[in-house]
Write a protein that binds this ligand. Structure first.
Ligand SMILES: Nc1ncnc2c1ncn2[C@@H]1O[C@H](COP(=O)(O)OP(=O)(O)OP(=O)(O)O)[C@@H](O)[C@H]1O
Ligand SMILES: [Mg+2]
Length: 360
């Protein structure tokens, strides 16, 4: 079981110095536009991921006109009380720790306090380019497998090194064949591992998503999801050799797992081009709930769920189905924002479980 019992914020975004106690498993944040609801969700996310969900640099996370910020939260993980602290110092250095023990590598924290956010901008996963989907897939995997994050970081670093060698050659005409061989070899090993992890995970994850989609839609719509990778049909090493001339010409590694994608189809047509707004929203929720479920299965406890502005996206029935599914069946702690305190209270009251509303 995972819970966050309180959070204190100092100079984080619009917050100067604030503390909030979370006394229930379901916590609603309500307030006007710009009152700090999303920022508060993001502060919780920050403690779980060592960074902002929205990819903002820490200087931007600091309250305007101030230097440095601090976020601290008391978690309960099983029987253990754990205090997580993030400090961004005035000199631009960041410290992150649990019970006053600082991490040398922030990556080691990922997955210890799993959480899943659903935010309006996440629609990019469905409608934008493949990079968004890879990022989304990788986020899920890193929460499940600490080793994966290291492999991914290695793979990205090696890809950059290989690309800069290709670029150097184009600029100077000189090539260190030996070095290119070594880096390519290491990239093949890391890339193969990335591919292996992704395809292994997707084998169980894809059915979870399609199942969730059916539950949300309650219709005959046929969703299919396919993992697309260059490595499905050819070994990475062979692929690099085959693309050698092209890579030199383009000054970058043109194919590999860094081009992987997930393809969504609805009744045989491309989801991106044919699905309605509502169907896209339903897919987004299915993806996120699939992630939630995968984490729960893997860890044995449910992640914290952060729902930003979902009321804007779902009708009342779907909303209560979603909340019921997550809150009642999973024993998860859920944070949910809404601009209307009344609407939020009314929706949560229907669930017949204790909840708490914090007005911002
Ligand atoms: N670094 C910062 N320093 C001070 N204020 C900031 C900083 N970054 C963002 N803000 C302010 O925080 C507010 C936005 O907060 P947030 O996005 O959490 O609002 P919200 O309650 O989610 O609003 P909405 O209902 O529109 O989604 C804005 O007023 C913005 O100017
Ligand atoms: Mg918001």
């Amino acid at each position: 079981m995972l819970r966050i019992n309180n959070i204190s914020l100092f100079q984080f975004r619009n917050y100067q110095e604030n503390q909030y106690q979370f006394t229930r498993n379901i916590v609603g944040f309500c307030g006007l536009n710009g009152s700090g609801k999303t920022n508060l969700l993001d502060a919780i996310y920050y403690l779980c991921f060592t960074k902002s969900y929205f990819g903002r640099a820490d200087a931007q996370n600091t309250k305007y006109g101030k230097q440095g910020f601090r976020i601290q939260g008391d978690f309960l993980l099983g029987d253990n009380s754990l205090q997580v602290t993030a400090v961004f110092r005035e000199n631009g250095k960041k410290e992150f720790g649990v019970n006053n023990e600082h991490y040398n590598r922030f990556a080691d924290h990922i997955g210890r306090f799993p959480c899943v956010m659903i935010a309006p901008d996440d629609m990019a996963i469905i409608i934008q380019g493949s990079e968004e989907r890879r990022k989304c897939l990788d986020y899920k995997l890193t929460q499940l497998d600490a080793g994966y994050l290291r492999t991914l970081i290695d793979s990205n670093k090696l890809l950059k090194q290989r690309n800069s060698l290709l670029k150097q050659y184009a600029e100077s005409g000189k090539l260190d064949e030996n070095l290119l061989g070594i880096i390519s070899g290491q990239l093949v090993a890391a890339g193969n591992s990335v591919y292996f992890h992704r395809s292994h995970f997707l084998r169980t994850f894809i059915p979870l998503i399609t199942e969730r989609y059916q539950t949300i839609c309650q219709s005959e719509e046929k969703l299919s999801i396919t993992y697309k990778s260059n490595l499905e049909s050819i070994d990475f090493n062979q692929l690099l050799q085959q693309n050698r001339d092209r890579d030199f010409a383009m000054q970058r590694t043109t194919q590999g797992p860094h081009r992987d994608d997930l393809e969504f189809n609805l009744n045989g047509n491309s989801f991106k081009n044919s699905a309605s707004q509502g169907q896209k929203k339903s897919l987004l929720f299915a993806l996120k709930l699939g992630e939630f479920e995968a984490i729960k299965q893997h860890k044995g406890f449910a992640p914290i769920l952060l729902l930003d502005d979902v009321f804007e996206k779902l009708d009342g029935t779907r909303m209560s189905n979603l909340l019921e599914k997550v809150c009642l069946e999973n024993d998860s702690q859920v944070f949910i924002t809404d601009t209307h305190c009344d609407r939020l209270s009314a929706s949560l009251s229907k669930l017949d479980v204790p909840f708490q509303i914090i007005e911002l």
